[in-house]
Write a protein that binds this ligand. Structure first.
Ligand code: FCB
Length: 492
């Protein structure tokens, strides 16, 4: 029993970093994804990628260098030009839900400034832009009529990207469900899955002539756990049973959408999903109990998503939690995935006793998340080996620190180090034979960080929220240079 509680605690620590922050320790040899010499396993049959020297790594020619944003976090214009209310509008307008009473009503004013922002991405030498479509901007009530202004807005974003040589990566759902659908039960209601598939198909009909890369969902774990289990995110429900159903329905909606999108696509499209995944390491690498707990955490946390998506099965204990799991559901979920996006911020840690926090020797971001870049490599390699060599992107990675702007300069050394070290780990991953397709820094610019409001800055570009002035931070300059050179130093 005690162990079960500790396991749950470890799970919460590792995956709900947004709330609790992550515990940390030094790199632990023998942890999941690692061989006994401390090096992550690589599939035998993969060829080593040649690099020009031991000191630097040149990325493949078509490597994707991007940044990400999401509609609610940057657009503002929450009730403009026919946009419907989203669950995040409702949530942030409810007193006490978001730090300092912040809302996304204006955010980065990207609705009006997207052209300037995309130009900025170009100036940073980026070749891709990951953004999301606000479902209620396109379809105010989530069903029926589409809103012409909304459709036109994303046309303009797509076109601005293409005119600047930037490949658009569209996410169809980054957490802003039409409130009207939440009023009908939200993601707990299976009908919403069908409505999502219809909306996804409409987006492909509209933009599929120009957009090849499509993500159905961003981080379904956050939607189900943070939105429906602990209430930290919109819609703020606290119902574990419902949350388990929501997690299933999101995957079902993903499968239905993938089918619907492929049916209407006139040009070849790639359909993927973005998951927040982490690798859990044993706190004491030489303690068999910690090692066992770490392995169990991997199966539970990653298996709950990757098994149904790639194998059409659920871990048995996970399936038991889903109230309404119908024959045929897993077949729908198990659609071909053209790519998998991985959002990585910090590792998880398994420990049979309570973890000290902070752990001596570890460093943490302003979110309280442990800086553990090596774990990204272990994670990528393990996913690649265990799930049949999927095409992988790092779709989010970045750090929040308390920035100080000084004239035209933001000397964000810690963020620069964080990003540089993670990009280095991606380079090492590719070097060892796992062909990672791209890396998207989170985020292009400071924005509305959900329940933390504007108190947490993740951008590689600083935003003055009074004036909407953008200033490239030192991390942005470093990233722009790496993208331009298409290479990084491997030296620490
Ligand atoms: C991820 C979200 C993204 C942002 C980062 C910091 O979980 O996908 O919108 O909030 O965390």
């Amino acid at each position: 029993m005690i162990r079960t509680i500790r396991e749950v605690m470890s799970f919460l620590r590792s995956l709900a970093c947004k709330i609790f922050g992550c515990g940390s320790a030094q790199n632990t040899a023998g942890s999941p994804g690692q061989a006994s010499d401390g090096e992550p396993h690589v599939a035998q049959e993969e060829k080593k990628v040649e690099t020009q020297s031991d000191d630097e790594f040149v990325f493949p020619k078509d490597f994707v260098w991007g940044t990400g944003t999401s509609s609610y976090q940057v657009e503002g214009a929450w009730n403009v030009d026919g946009k419907g209310e989203s669950i995040w509008d409702r949530f942030s307008h409810t007193p006490g839900k978001v730090k300092n009473g912040d809302t996304g009503d204006v955010a980065c004013d990207h609705y009006n400034r997207f052209a300037e922002d995309i130009l900025l991405a170009k100036r940073l030498n980026l070749n891709s832009y990951r953004f999301s479509i606000a479902w209620p901007r396109l379809q105010p009530n989530g069903r029926g009529e589409f809103n012409q202004h909304g459709l036109d807005f994303y046309d303009r974003i797509v076109d601005a990207c293409l005119q600047n040589g930037i490949t658009p990566f569209i996410t169809l759902y980054h957490w802003d469900l039409p409130q009207a659908l939440e009023d009908e039960g939200g993601w707990g209601n299976r009908e919403v899955c069908e409505l999502f598939a219809a909306y996804a198909a409409k987006c492909v009909e509209r933009y599929g002539d120009r957009v090849k890369h499509w993500t159905t969902f961003n981080e379904p774990w956050c939607t189900s756990f943070l939105g429906y289990e602990n209430g930290y995110h919109a819609p703020g429900k606290k119902d574990p049973k419902l949350a388990a159903q929501v997690a299933h329905n999101l995957l079902l909606a993903h499968g239905m959408a993938a089918q619907a999108m492929r049916k209407v696509a006139k040009e070849p499209i790639e359909v993927g999903i973005v998951l927040n995944l982490s690798i859990t390491e044993p706190f004491h690498a030489d303690d068999p109990e910690d090692v066992k707990l770490a392995e169990a955490a991997w199966r539970r946390d990653c298996g709950a998503y990757l098994d149904p998506l790639y194998r059409g099965t659920y871990p048995a204990d996970h399936a038991a939690k889903i109230g309404d799991l119908r024959d045929g559901d897993l077949k729908i979920i198990n659609q071909k995935l053209d790519f998998l996006g991985i959002n990585f911020y910090s590792r998880g840690i398994a420990c049979k006793t309570d973890l000290p926090y902070p752990i001596p020797g570890s460093s943490y971001t302003a979110m309280g998340w442990e800086v553990s870049p090596w774990a990204l490599r272990g994670l990528l390699i393990r996913i690649y080996n265990e799930y049949g060599h999927p095409k992988l992107y790092v779709t989010e990675n970045g750090a929040s620190y308390d920035d100080v702007i000084n004239g035209e300069t933001v000397a964000d050394t810690k963020r620069l180090d964080y990003i540089r070290e993670h990009v280095r780990q991606v380079a090492l991953t590719i070097k060892s034979g796992v062909p990672i397709q791209g890396y998207f820094a989170w985020s292009l610019m400071d924005n509305f960080e959900w329940a933390e409001g504007y108190s947490r800055r993740f951008g590689i570009v600083y935003v003055d929220f009074e004036t909407q002035k953008r200033t490239v931070k030192d991390s942005g300059h470093w990233f722009a240079n790496a993208a331009k050179q298409n290479r990084v130093s491997l030296k620490t």
